[in-house]
Design a protein around this ligand. Structure first.
Ligand code: SF4
Length: 239
């Protein structure tokens, strides 16, 4: 009996230490692995509020000159599921929130009517935090400069699955040049250099699919997206 009590207390102690360490890591107070200085994220010690504040004042690429808002991200900061798009559009730039225009409404419909989740249950962000003028494609330099914000967001949120919306998000997360049509429909390993993951956690898996803006122009592709989303739901249901 005494041994059983001791074992129980020991298990509880280990669980509480693990919980404490996870919390500290999430807050950015500790790191789980050492990396070469050149790979060290500039935001390694940032928690989400600090990261959002830093991004809010960011002038690291020319997009700061034309933006109205920095669109950092929105949703559940403990979400198992993250959606990552390309960059804010005009509506998002005005409102400071990702995916609020027509494409955003379609994404909300996918989440709420299709997945039967609330938009607030998931976390939504973009690769770029500022709007490229005229909704032009992001430049390589802009993605390289801005992506450390997104990488740190992923580290802090620690989702199980990331749905990469469109080719820019998929290319960045998978470090590939393969197009979205070939990538979609299957889970891929996350290939973000230097992404830190808790020792007992797995890196997020990536499901690339079409961007909702593409679906507005090509409604027939909604069927494909729904197939991809069903796979995500099945993955999440496994726990
Ligand atoms: S797009 Fe990113 S790197 Fe460029 S100014 Fe905005 S937050 Fe900074």
């Amino acid at each position: 009996m005494g041994t059983d009590n001791f074992r129980k207390e020991y298990i509880e102690l280990v669980a509480s230490v693990r919980e404490y360490m996870e919390e500290q890591l999430k807050l950015g107070f500790i790191e789980t692995e050492l990396r070469e200085p050149e790979q060290q994220s500039p935001y390694a010690d940032f928690d989400l509020p600090a990261l959002a504040t830093d991004a809010g004042n960011c002038t690291k690429c020319p997009l700061h000159e034309t933006r109205n808002s920095v669109v950092f991200g929105v949703g559940n900061t403990n979400a198992d599921l993250m959606f990552i798009g390309e960059a804010p559009g005009a509506d998002e730039d005005r409102q400071g929130e990702p995916f609020v225009g027509r494409a955003g409404q379609l994404l909300t419909q996918i989440i709420e009517s299709g997945m039967e989740l609330k938009r607030a249950d998931v976390y939504i962000a973009n690769v770029l935090k500022c709007r490229p003028p005229g909704n032009r494609n992001p430049e390589v330099d802009e993605v390289a400069t801005c992506s450390p914000y997104l990488i740190r967001q992923i580290e802090l949120i620690q989702p199980k699955v990331i749905v990469a919306l469109g080719s820019f998000a998929a290319r960045m997360l998978l470090d590939t040049k393969i197009g979205i049509t070939k990538l979609r429909g299957e889970f891929h390993e996350c290939n973000v250099a230097g992404l830190r993951v808790l020792p007992h956690k797995k890196p997020p898996v990536i499901m690339p699919t079409y961007h909702p803006a593409y679906l507005l122009r090509n409604p027939n592709a909604k069927r494909d997206v729904w197939e991809d989303i069903k796979k995500v739901l099945a993955f999440l249901a496994q726990g």
